[in-house]
Design a protein around this ligand. Structure first.
Ligand code: ZN
Length: 493
């Protein structure tokens, strides 16, 4: 297989399809971003690492990539069926903040977590609240085509009407007749449902109740957009009516992505996306992650080991490496054992990279270096199979250690090649980086002093001070790790 022939699994066709961009040399990539109402957690790490790997690999293959990832700061209600409070407005009410203070706080935390995980930022990061006009325009176009109706100041997408001409449910495999019949929909009695002509219909615009703070004028009411319309409006604005790749977690297939397709077709008659990619979900010790289950671990807690389910702190690169050890379409179960194995595995590759600098060439190679390189490309081009790609790097590490130990030899040409591609693959394409504890200079002396002060504060149960030391250091890019044996170490990003 040639490296430039990239195959990706397309959720729409349910097959691995050869990737061919709309415009040669260019790729338009849209990924659903976070709803910024809480601390970034593991569920954020997986999609954004997956699509970071995709854009790094596309770039390596020579494409110019326009990567758009939004920030959802309005319109995402507590419940996917257009009910409940806006997630951000609710958090603002509970914390006695302005909704936009909530948005700023968690957007910054999200960016910090993404930097720690070494995800490259998207080229454009549009916010839903900054694109109300575009969303209103799109809703008007859908209404003009007859696929949406106004009801009491709100606007709903007419799923039964649309389904007479277009597929609704194709992406997610839902049967539209079941949706229209309201099968499994126990929430019909709830507020707002009587505005809909059919339980399958979804909100494009919602009239704001008097207590709702986040509201904008529109032709229909003072209100706010539905959750799905922002992604359709912003992807169309920055990538065009049809673009190459749309990514997100599998949990977004329905209703979010299904509705995005309907909205785009409803507005301009064209399917918006050629390749739909979805990463699988994460479980923790075999259980679904959820706030009510007590296993909801945010990323900062992983980085400093402060959650009771964690037996130690895990660095951002350990989390990243752990994720790369599974294919993005496989479910992934987090456990302390798995993370500890990932930590060791990454250390082995880093050590091999250091040993590589000291190797001396021999007359010939006893192992197939070109095969390792080709194997890595073949795995990455096979729907980004990072698990297999890493196995080739482990094979390279084995060869490096054997040559170093004198049980194998390597030719000068192969050694040059290995020195070129091993760090390229590990650091540039897989996005790993070295995380080193700083050396024992003045900084370490200061840090030890701060860590003693923090330990004293903790001993006196002055958790406000101990947390403040940890958080302020965190803002400086210094992470504190509480180890299992009671000692504390620290790392600089
Ligand atoms: Zn989206």
């Amino acid at each position: 297989m040639l490296p430039h022939q990239l195959f990706i699994y397309n959720s729409l066709t349910r097959s691995k399809d050869l990737f061919e961009p709309l415009v040669p040399g260019f790729v338009g990539l849209y990924v659903c971003g976070p709803t910024v109402y809480g601390a970034p957690h593991l569920g954020h790490a997986r999609p954004y690492i997956t699509f970071d790997i995709l854009q790094r690999y596309l770039h390596h293959l020579g494409y110019k990539v326009r990567y758009v990832r939004n920030i959802t700061d309005v319109g995402h209600l507590e419940n996917d069926a257009d009910e409940g409070e806006d997630k951000i407005a609710k958090k603002a009410r509970l914390e006695q903040l302005e909704p936009m203070e909530v948005v700023e706080l968690y957007t910054q935390q999200f960016h910090e977590a993404m930097r720690a995980l070494n995800n490259q930022p998207p080229g454009i990061e549009p916010r839903a609240s900054g694109h109300i006009i575009e969303q209103i325009e799109m809703i008007r176009a859908i209404m003009a085509n007859g696929w949406a109706y106004e009801s009491n100041g709100s606007v709903y997408f007419d799923v039964p009407g649309y389904s007479k001409k277009h597929d609704y449910g194709k992406l997610s495999g839902r049967i539209v007749e079941d949706l229209i019949a309201g099968a499994g929909n126990e929430r019909r009695e709830l507020e707002g449902q009587d505005e809909k002509r059919n339980p399958a219909d979804f909100a494009l615009w919602k009239k704001a109740s008097p207590e709702h703070i986040m509201r904008w004028p529109s032709p229909w009411s003072n209100g706010f957009p539905g959750w799905h319309i922002e992604c359709s409006a912003m992807s169309t604005k920055y990538l065009g009516e049809t673009f190459d790749i749309h990514g997100g977690g599998m949990d977004l297939l329905f209703p979010h992505h299904e509705s995005e397709i309907a909205q785009s077709k409803g507005a301009c008659g064209k399917a918006p996306v050629r390749y739909w990619m979805h990463n699988n979900m994460i479980t923790i010790n075999g259980q679904k992650m959820g706030k009510s289950l007590g296993n909801f671990i945010n990323l900062e807690q992983f980085f400093n080991g402060s959650h009771p389910l964690l037996s130690q702190a895990y660095s951002p690169m350990t989390i990243r490496f752990f994720m790369l050890q599974a294919h993005y379409r496989s479910p992934l179960d987090f456990s302390n054992e798995g993370l500890q194995a990932a930590e060791k595995g990454f250390a082995r590759l880093l050590n091999a990279n250091k040993t590589l600098a000291q190797l001396k060439a021999g007359p010939s190679s006893t192992s197939d270096i070109a095969g390792v390189e080709q194997g890595f490309y073949a795995a990455m081009s096979d729907d980004l199979n990072t698990a297999i790609a890493l196995s080739h790097l482990f094979e390279a590490a084995r060869i490096i250690n054997s040559v170093h130990a004198g049980t194998e030899t390597i030719s000068a040409a192969d050694l040059d090649n290995l020195r070129r591609f091993f760090p390229l693959f590990l650091f540039n394409l897989l996005g790993m980086r070295e995380e080193q504890a700083a050396d024992n200079g003045a900084l370490d002396g200061l840090m030890q002093m701060l860590l003693r002060m923090r330990a004293d504060a903790k001993a006196k149960k002055d958790f406000a001070t101990s947390d403040r030391i940890r958080d302020e250091l965190g803002a400086l890019g210094i992470r504190i790790k509480d180890e299992k044996d009671g000692t504390t170490s620290w790392l600089k990003d």
